[in-house]
Design a protein around this ligand. Structure first.
Ligand code: ASP
Ligand code: MG
Length: 473
């Protein structure tokens, strides 16, 4: 039999209509003879709202925190009531939702008294989103004839204790998946579990970091050696660029793991970068699919993508970046200087995206963040420091640039009217990135897209859609 992991994001479970659509998609897979294991996110926006409630409570606004929780309680109760009509099942589900919100309220009240929000408490609070969504989805599936069984993700996904960004432990996850999920699948059941949430080996709730449900999907797929991991979202897959900026953007039908990982790191929001790893390790294809347009083929991410006649598969842009210039003549002919610089970024736990150096200067880019003034203050002990925000990183990705001459010339001639602040090529053989002002980013994307996707290769890109524009989803 063929086991597939199906992960549904927040928009695929945002309301009763979305959850019903999700149920039909899963029922369709069962009818095809597949054995789905389902991973769901919290209902859309719920994680943000839980974090807001936590922040209100931590600032002493007990009423504000409880008001958010009460609105969430109503939303979940209404969603459950709309989906589950059987009176007995409906009462049981609503009772369970009430119990969960009662205990959440107790935590929020405690937090409003203690006024200290630790990462551990934050994880406990946000975990309610997936703990409740997975219950509602399980009940809705059962009502629609799917033999679904709820599984508490915290009993399967075991991590270390780095709250808010915990690192999964492969060995324990494999054991738990074999003990908990496999027997259910073998009995013909469809396990349904929350994404994103996990626990450490002591059973304390942790999370995998924002957007972490994709990661859960890949971890489960890896642990069970699934035939495929399906990431159901609300777009038709990976596109040649952001269609909101460039309406000519095309769907990429097939892309390599390596290319998809580059795109994910550079802000293509379709996929959590770490999703790639557990899948790559076991060579399991990842499919990005649209739950609002389920017949679309989406994007297939595989180890070895077919050769493509266009040098690039996709152009991503990451905005809200800052550039930091460190200039010191002391750097000339010395060693250990870069180490000192990076030690400072490390101390502030600030990841660096791109680095470019000359004999006397180093330019680094980071996500704009409130630690920049203190980072700059620390760096100023070493050298002259300047930093500037409102920058954007444009990143062109494609394996077929390897060994092709003249690609950089084509890229920079397509954007010759735009001022380029920093360039990086080399670290990865399959991407070319450069930094410009945020205000120029959309124009750069359109110019590059026009230059590189005039005659797209039909084996890799969905050129049919350009001929007969699909109905907007
Ligand atoms: N609900 C979590 C978040 O919003 C995880 C996810 O949806 O992937 O970050
Ligand atoms: Mg997501």
């Amino acid at each position: 039999m063929s086991l597939v992991v199906m992960k549904f994001g927040g928009t695929s479970v945002e309301d009763p209509a979305a959850i019903s659509r999700t149920a039909s998609i899963v029922a369709g897979r069962v009818a095809m003879g597949k054995q789905p294991v389902v991973v769901v996110s919290a209902l859309a926006k719920v994680t943000d709202q839980l974090l807001r409630a936590a922040s209100c409570a931590a600032h002493g606004d007990r009423t504000g925190a409880l008001a958010i929780s009460s609105r969430l309680r109503s939303r979940h109760r209404d969603t459950a009531a709309a989906l589950v009509k059987d009176p007995h099942n409906s009462a049981a589900l609503i009772n369970l939702i009430d119990q969960k919100f009662d205990s959440l309220d107790e935590i929020l009240r405690g937090l409003a008294a203690i006024l200290e929000l630790t990462p551990r408490i934050s994880d406990l609070i946000v975990s309610y989103g997936e703990r409740i969504s997975s219950r509602i989805v399980t009940a809705a599936f059962c009502e629609r004839g799917i033999n679904a069984a709820h599984v508490d993700a915290r009993e399967v996904i075991i991590t270390d204790s780095q709250f808010q960004k915990a690192v999964p432990l492969d060995g324990p996850i494999e054991k738990r998946a074999a003990a908990t999920l496999r027997p259910l699948v073998d009995e013909g059941k469809v396990p349904v579990m929350g994404g994103f949430i996990a626990s450490n080996e002591e059973g304390i709730t942790t999370t995998l970091g924002r957007g972490g449900s994709d990661f859960t999907g890949a971890l489960v797929g890896g642990a069970l050696s699934a035939e495929a991991i399906e990431i159901w979202t609300d777009v038709d897959g990976i596109m040649t660029t952001d269609p909101r900026i460039c309406p000519d953007a095309l769907r990429v039908k097939v892309i390599s793991f390596e290319e998809a990982a580059e795109l994910a790191y550079f802000g293509a929001k379709v996929l959590h970068p770490a999703t790639i790893l557990p899948a790559v390790k076991k060579n399991i294809p990842v499919l990005v699919l649209n739950s609002k347009n389920p017949t679309n083929e989406g994007t297939r991410i595989i180890s070895l993508a077919p050769h493509c006649s266009s040098p690039f598969k996709s152009i991503a842009v990451k905005k809200k970046l800052s550039i930091i210039d460190v200039v010191a003549s002391r750097m000339l002919m010395t060693h250990g200087y870069l180490k000192e610089i990076f030690t400072i970024f490390d101390k502030h736990k600030c990841p660096v995206d791109m680095v470019s150096t000359s004999e006397v200067s180093v330019s680094l880019t980071v996500d704009s963040n409130d630690k920049l003034p203190s980072i700059a203050a620390d760096l100023s002990h070493l050298a002259d420091v300047k930093y500037e925000g409102k920058k954007a990183l444009v990143c062109l990705v494609g394996e077929d640039i390897r060994g092709q001459n003249g690609i950089a010339a084509q890229v920079f001639s397509a954007i010759r009217h735009i001022n380029v602040r920093m360039i990086s090529q080399g670290a990865s053989e399959i991407n070319m990135s450069f930094m410009i002002d945020e205000d120029d980013a959309d124009e750069a994307l359109r110019s590059l897209h026009a230059a590189f996707f005039q005659n797209p290769d039909p084996t890799v890109f969905d050129v049919e859609a350009r001929k007969s524009p699909a109905v907007a989803s």
